[in-house]
Design a binder for this molecule. Sequence first.
Ligand code: SAM
Length: 639
Amino acid sequence: MKKFSANDVESKSLDLALENLKKLHALFPTAVTETSNGMAVDLEEIKRLTGAATSEGSETYGLNWRGKSACKLAAQIPSSGTLRPAQDQSVNWDNTQNLLIQGDNLEVLKLLQRSYAGKVKAIYIDPPYNTGRNLLYPNDFQDGIKTYQAVTGQTEGGIKMVSNPESSGRFHTNWLTMIYPRLRLARELLAKDGVLIVTIDDNEQTTLGTILKEVFGEGSYEHVCVPVIHNPRGVQGNNFSYVHEYAFFVYPANTRSIAYRKIEAEEIDWSPLRNWGTESERTDAKNCFYPVMVKDGVIIGFGDVSDDNFHPKKQAELIDGVYHVYPIDIKGVERKWRYARQSVEEIHKLLRAKQSGDRIEIEIGKDFALFKTIWNDTRYDANEYGTQIVRSLVPDSPFTFPKSLWAVYDALYAATANDPNAIVMDFFAGSGTTAHAVMELNKTIGGNRRFILVQIPEPIDEKEETKFKTIFEVTQARITAAGKEIAQDPKSKGLDLGFRCLKLDSSNLREWDPATSDVQSSMLQNINNIKDGRTESDILFELMAKVGIDLSASIEVKKAGAHSIYCVSNGKMFACLSAKISKNDIDPIAKEITQWHARLKRDGDTLILFRDSGFDDDIAKTNITAILNQNGLTNIRSV
Ligand SMILES: C[S@@+](CC[C@H](N)C(=O)[O-])C[C@H]1O[C@@H](n2cnc3c(N)ncnc32)[C@H](O)[C@@H]1O
């Protein structure tokens, strides 16, 4: 029974540097060699393989700032934190697939890698704009969890989120240092066909555009920057009144990643199905001359292509109560339909018949179109459809500048309309507009899209007259209220309107530090390597994240005597995390697990987990391992 301990590589979040080395190795096996310190890159071999020159010194194209290299490393330093379940702060814990996570997003993004790398279809983020007033998170890249605990008042000598005034001398640097590692981690989470949407204003639009192109290479990704009119009344500058901000859309190049937008019936542009102008006559394409069948004003089908020597007497001939309509123009010239007989059925739904005297005109109108590169719909007004909506759901919300629900809705529609099971993520959640938009989208166009939101418990100024102490509490309240409101709508039947709440904290596992001055107590503590006050559920979630199980997976519990047996994700993992398993408990625990496992008739591998210090002695451990092995369960670990 191999043990997970806090110092193991696999106990930390995914090591992205190692993952990158593996990817390089898969592409160019000879470019990665082995050294006494593990895998290493053979730069000379890469030069030989690519025939390319290496860049010299600092004179390379790109955006540089002091600390950029540290930022790159920061994304790769594994997190030593965990996500602790907060069932009592969740809605519909057992059945929801949505997650609301409290924490600093840099740490959380690292902790989500094993479970969600390559699985997220859309990431929508609205980071703090660099306005000089917004607060920035003071990352300490070496010990992210300690900084987080200090910022959230969990340790003495707290640190605060800081404003970043333009006069600081590090105005752009601080902001870039904040956003860059988060974008690198976001890229790892995105699915191959995933779409990233980042909103921004003029302060960092150019810098953001440049680093997006660096992180999401221009050859492999398409980058579109869409101005969004979010404040039609305007913010008065010295010379201009600002009415817009931007939304960058980044998605794989040469794909159809952005869905068509829907056009309302009254806005459809109708045009004749009959061709006109050059090459529009019957003789130009014979299989485009056939009757369209119209009954009681409705198109009911299409006749066969007419014989060459058949010439209808009228444009619309009534035969047995059905009009046969031909592409004959007002002057009696036989023309052709725009669609050949073999393809017209596909566009049947886009056609309509219009009576005009004794003629019937057949028209085509598309109820969909490409999204445009400027978004100026009145529904994007952030005051009317952002602030007002949040206030109506959470009356004493002190949250300023939420996005218009419909701007986020349309962005997510563009990214996920064709993927009803998409995972949508927002790691600068604010008032939770993204979660609201996902639920609205499922209600309106159907589907089971899921959301994962991350929000730091940024303290709310004590001067604000509100019951909320942190922005995270506002996020939670808004999503809960939005879910309740949507539940009133009959169309919401069966929708997932809940969320599992998880909170960032230090790992449940104690770190074994033999260098400590008090070796004896360090050894004793290491025997019980689970920190005081941590529950079985805490450990379970840490393990789920470490082995890469979806954190919204099903968790069923059964009892074997006094011990709880957890079955996670329909048998991907079984766990018994009791602090005391005596030798008499071994048989009933092993029996419950093996029988449960057999009932599930699983194809895939199953991991069985125990608490290492829970066993009376090594014999108990060996015995339970032997029983499980005999029943075909061989992947057994302890923590
Ligand atoms: C501009 S707001 C997002 C507003 C959101 N789109 C809405 O419609 O309500 C940015 C949010 O990111 C949060 N934030 C800032 N730094 C963060 C960090 N390091 N981790 C998680 N959240 C953070 C802020 O507290 C703020 O709520």
